[in-house]
Design a protein around this ligand. Structure first.
Ligand code: ZN
Length: 156
C-alpha cells in the first residue's frame, strides 16, 4: 500500500485535478482549503478518487459547496496533513479491539464535531483518557461513550 501511495506522487497523479473539478475555487492552492471535513471513514476494498485501490476510505466533504468524494487515507495526507485521518483509523481500531481502551484526542474531537459527544462528554473524556486508574463510574462512562462511537461509525 505504501509503495503504491508513493508511486502515485508522480506526475500522473490525478487527485488535485479531480478534487479541483468538484471545488468552488479555481486553483488547487485555494481549492484544497475547502476540503477540511472528513464526514466518515471505514475499511472497505474500494477506489480512491485518484484511481488507486484503497482499504481505508474517507468521505471528505467540501465545506464551500457541499460536494463529497471518497479518498484513501494515504491521499488525504498528501493534501492536508492536519486532518490526521490516520489517527481516526488507529483510534477507532483500538476501541474496536478493546472497548475499555481510550479514544485518541483526534477522534474525540472528531466525534464532538459530528455530534456524537457533547461538550461535557468531550471534556470528561479528555480529562480521563490518559489516566491509568479510573473509578468504576469513569470506566463505565468511557465504555458507554466508546460503544456509542462504534455504533455511529459502523452505521455510516
Ligand atoms: Zn488516492
Amino acid at each position: 500500500m505504501k509503495a503504491q501511495c508513493e508511486m502515485e506522487l508522480e506526475s500522473k497523479y490525478q487527485l488535485p485535478q479531480k478534487l479541483l473539478a468538484l471545488s468552488h475555487a479555481k486553483t488547487w492552492e485555494k481549492a484544497k482549503l475547502e476540503w477540511v471535513d472528513i464526514n466518515n471513514f471505514w475499511w472497505e476494498e474500494n477506489y480512491c478518487l485518484c484511481g488507486h485501490s484503497i482499504i481505508e476510505n474517507c468521505e471528505i466533504v467540501n465545506t464551500k459547496n457541499g460536494s463529497s468524494a471518497i479518498v484513501g487515507n494515504c491521499c488525504i495526507k498528501k493534501f492536508n496533513k492536519q486532518l490526521n485521518s490516520h489517527l481516526l483509523f488507529s483510534g477507532y481500531r483500538k476501541i474496536l479491539k478493546d472497548e475499555t481502551k481510550s479514544l485518541n484526542a483526534t477522534l474525540i474531537n472528531w466525534c464532538y464535531v459530528k455530534g456524537i459527544l457533547n461538550e461535557e462528554e468531550r471534556e470528561f473524556y479528555m480529562s480521563i483518557r490518559n489516566k491509568r486508574k479510573l473509578t468504576l463510574l469513569q470506566l463505565n462512562m468511557k465504555i458507554k461513550i466508546n460503544l456509542r462511537v462504534i455504533r455511529f461509525i459502523s452505521k455510516r
